[in-house]
Structure formats: C-alpha cells, structure tokens
Ligand binder design. Sequence first.
Ligand SMILES: Cc1ncc(COP(=O)(O)O)c(C=O)c1O
Length: 388
Amino acid sequence: MADDLINAGLYPYFLPMEGGEGPTVRRGGRTLIMCGSNNYLGLTGDPRVLAAARAALDRYGSSSTGSRFLNGNTDLHEELEAELAAFLGKPAALVMSTGYQTNLGVIAALLTPRDYVVVDRSAHASLVDGCRLSGAKLRWFPHNDAEGLRQTLERIPDDAGRLVVVDGVYSMEGDICDLPAIVRVCAAHGARLLLDDAHGLGVLAEGRGTAAHFGLTDEVDLITVTFSKSLASLGGAVAGTEEAIHYLKHHARSLMFSASTTPPNTAAALAALRILRSEPHLAAAVRDNAEYVRRGLAVAGVETGLSNTPIVPVPTPDAVGTLRMWQRLMSRGVYTNPVLPPAAEPRMRTSYMASHTTDQLDRVIDAFAGEAAHLRDAGRSMREASVA
Ligand SMILES: Cc1ncc(COP(=O)(O)O)c(C=O)c1O
C-alpha cells in the first residue's frame, strides 16, 4: 500500500515539518494553516511552558536514563502526579512515558486470560493492544452504544472478571462517550470501567475531561491521559485509587522496563497543566473554534459526522479521492490528516486549537467549501452508516 502511494505521488505520511506546530506550520518552504495537530490549547510554544522545560534541562539534564522504578524518578514526576490527580478528581496518579505505554501497561497489568475485556469498536489502538497483550477474552460493542454493551456483558459468565474500555472523546469521530449510559450498564453488570481521556483532558469541563463533564468521576475506576495533546509535551498517566496506583507501580511492565519521561517533557507537562488550571477559558476557546468551523462547513454543505469536540472529521470519497483532495487542500495552504481504511472509513481528520484566528478558520472553511461537490456523497454515506 505504502509503495503504491509513493509510486502514484500520493504518499501523505512522515512529512517533515520545518518548525514548531502552532496554528500555522512551515512545510516545503510554505506556511500552512495547521488543522492536523492535537495541540488543542496551543501551548507547545507558550513562553511559560518553554521556560519550565529549559529550567528542567538545566537542573536535571537531558534524560533520566532509566525507569522510574530505579534511577529515573524525580521530584518533578511526583509533583506532576499530585497535581494531575487533584485536577482529575482522583486520589492518585502515575506518570508513564507515553499515553500508548500507559494504556498498554495498565490494561495488561490488570487482566488475566480468565478475564473478559469489552471494548468500544472505535477505541484507540493503544487500548486494543493493551487488551490483546493481557490475554483476556476480547469482546467488542458497537460504537458508543450502551445497549450493545449491555447485551455483550450479558453473554459473559457471571463469575468472570470484566473490564469495559472506552475513550472519553473518540479520536476519529470527534464525539463524546455516552458516559452516563455506559456507567449505568457497568454498574448493573458488575463491570469495572477504564476511560482513556487523551482528547477530553484540556477540552471538556474547563479541561478536567469527560468524567468531570458528566459529573461521573467517582463512577469511573481508572482514567488514562496523554501529555502529547493539550499538555503540549510527551508522556502519559493513569489516575485512580491509591490502591490501584500502588498495584500498577509494581505490575505495569511498560512503566517498569522503560525510561521515564525526560525532565524537560515532565516540566513542560506540569507547566501546561498549571496554565490550564488557571486559564480555563482556553478549553472553551478551542471548543468555540471547532463549533465555528462545523457551522461554516454545514453552511457550505460539508458534513462533519458525529463531531461535537475539537476533532472535526470530514468524510471523503475512496482512498485515491481522499489523497487527491488532501493534496488540493495542501496547495490551498491547509494542512489536514487523511485517514484511510483500515484505520477508519476515509475521512480528512481536522482538529482545531484555542489559538487559531477567525481569519485562519475562514480560510479552512473556504478550502473545504471548494471541495463540497466531491464531499457530498461521502457525507451522505457516513450519515446513513451512523443512523443504521
Ligand atoms: C485516544 C488516544 N489514546 C492514547 C493515545 C496515545 O498517546 P501518546 O501519543 O501519548 O502515546 C492517543 C494518541 O494518538 C490517543 O488518541
């Protein structure tokens, strides 16, 4: 597949950027409006985040050179854990090296081959990989469908351990988990619940995420997050009870056998978290920007599926049509991420930042409006699929 795309001059991956990712990005000697980043709050270039990263570099050096379990723990990691746990409304948190490793390590540590894990069809790959690594019996339920979850749980033997795994905000659809209904079904069927809030942190409930958005933080057993989106860094964390975190500290292999987040990464995430806490309007700003784009696209006749968050997917035609459109958008100065099967049905995944200007958003809407004729059929089939 990759070779075919390279030969056809349509290969869209591994594009080197020539500068940092703000609302615009330099690429191929041009400045593009960045609609493909997860830098939701626009903090990757914030002077306070950069100063914290520089200070950590000076104080601790460039790397911890080891796992937190042994020589790689610092007071910065522990400060970040305490502040993150408080922000998420959980008693404790554990910082790991990436969001991917967090999901992998947490799920694999908790489940055994005797257990069942029930996963939303659109859950992130890191959750699915964690489930597979655990050896637990994997069952799927239709995307965001609490009734489908109930039916799946009913087929599981009464005495088996069961974990339900969902995203807070789905990374390809941009919709929010129906947490109230999912929580009710989990409670009725004795299932534990893990929520990956990679895209909810910084965005919903003044940045506190999906569980806080629904007032259901106590009903979710574990919340995982990443620092690579709103927190403008690299790393991940899980939040839960003191007991669960203590257990994970000593059983999550992706934590124990991999070096810790670097000092500058850790300090940058901590600085970004403090900004988020003191400037909750940033979370509202990114949602308002996405809503502005959704409304503009609707007026232009361009569909955006289930989106009601800063992730705004635009359903596109077949793979080749999608890549040609991606090139045309690029030539109009708009950077997007083309998504192709098997990752998901074809779409242009766009995402927005608190720091995009109205002028930039208007240019994005105009670029997509120019594609409206090509997008009409794809939008209709996505709508039909979501109703069916
Ligand atoms: C829902 C979700 N979970 C986890 C991850 C992994 O995060 P990280 O980039 O920190 O490995 C991502 C990143 O793409 C994600 O979208």
